[in-house]
Design a binder for this molecule. Structure first.
Ligand code: ZN
Length: 256
C-alpha cells in the first residue's frame, strides 16, 4: 500500500505540546518506528512533514503536508501526534478522522493502542474540521496515542509497543509476533530434518489432486500441498506455511 505520513508540528513557532513528555520528540520517535515496520511489511511510505527550516507559518505547514500527500496520491495518510489537555485532567488514546474510510482505520488503530499500552480507549473521534484530515484526498487519520501532560499515560509510553499497535491497526499484522516467529524459525533451519512428503491418511484427510485437505482437531481447515506447505484457515485468521524440504521454511499470518 502506498502510504503518506507526517509528524506533527516541528516548524517555525509550531512546536507541539509539552508536559511530562514532549510531543514533537515523541511523535517523531514512535512515528519513525511505525514507518520502519510498514516498510518492512512491503508498504511504500512517503514523508510529507515540512523541513524544520525555513520556518513555515502554521497555515503553510499544514498546506505543505496536504499538497504533498495529494500529489503522491497515497491510499492512506497518517498524521502522528501526541495529545495534551490540562495537567493530569485527561487520559487515554484516540484517533481522529474526517471520512468514513478514515473511521475504519481510526477504530482499529485506537483499539490496538489501548490494548498494547494498557490505555483507556477514547476511540475514533470525528474531527471534520482538522485541516489535514479535511483536505487530504485519501483516507486519513491523526493519531493521538496518549496525553503528554498526564503522568500515568506517560509512564505507559513505549515507542516500540506503540508503533507495533499502530501497524497492527492498519495492516492487521502483529509485528512483535512476527519478529519472534522469524527468530525461532531462522535458528533451527540449518539443522532442520527433512520432513516426510507422503500424504497422510485418516478420517480427517480428504485427498485432492495435487495435495489434500485436512480437518484439524483444533477446528482449522488446512489445504495442503504436502505436510509442510499449506494454508490453514481458522475462525478469524489464515496462516500460511512453506518449506522447500531443503532447510528453508517460513510461516506467516496472512490475516486475522
Ligand atoms: Zn499535535
Amino acid at each position: 500500500m502506498k502510504t503518506t505520513y507526517d509528524f506533527g508540528h516541528g516548524t517555525g513557532q509550531d512546536r507541539g505540546a509539552s508536559g511530562y513528555r514532549n510531543e514533537e520528540h515523541d511523535c517523531r520517535e514512535y512515528g519513525a518506528l511505525v514507518i520502519k515496520k510498514l516498510q518492512a511489511l512491503g508498504h511504500t511510505c512517503y514523508n510529507c512533514t515540512p523541513p524544520a527550516s525555513p520556518a513555515l507559518t502554521l497555515g503553510q505547514s499544514l498546506a505543505y503536508r496536504v499538497n504533498k500527500a495529494n500529489s503522491i496520491g497515497s491510499q492512506l495518510h497518517l498524521c502522528m501526534h501526541v495529545n495534551a489537555f490540562q495537567t493530569d485532567k485527561a487520559t487515554g488514546c484516540e484517533v481522529e478522522y474526517a471520512s468514513n474510510s478514515g473511521k475504519t482505520y481510526a477504530d482499529r488503530v485506537s483499539a490496538e493502542i489501548s490494548t498494547f499500552l494498557g490505555l483507556t480507549n477514547r476511540g475514533a473521534k470525528l474531527q471534520g474540521g482538522l485541516y489535514v484530515l479535511k483536505y487530504t484526498s485519501m483516507p486519513a487519520i491523526l493519531v493521538e496515542p496518549f496525553f503528554c501532560d498526564n503522568k500515568s499515560d506517560c509512564s505507559k509510553y513505549n515507542a516500540e509497543k506503540l508503533a507495533t499497535a499502530i501497524v497492527k491497526g492498519i495492516t492487521g499484522i502483529d509485528t512483535s509476533v512476527q519478529a519472534k516467529t522469524t527468530n525461532t524459525t531462522v535458528t533451527p533451519v540449518k539443522s532442520a530434518p527433512k520432513y516426510d512428503e507422503s500424504i497422510p491418511t485418516g478420517a480427517n484427510i480428504m485427498n485432492i489432486s495435487g495435495g489434500y485437505i485436512e480437518k484439524a482437531a483444533d477446528g482449522r481447515l488446512i489445504i495442503h500441498l504436502d505436510r509442510a506447505n499449506y494454508v490453514a484457515i481458522g475462525k478469524g485468521f489464515i496462516d500460511a506455511y512453506t518449506n522447500d524440504n531443503n532447510g528453508h521454511g517460513d510461516h506467516k499470518r496472512i490475516c486475522g
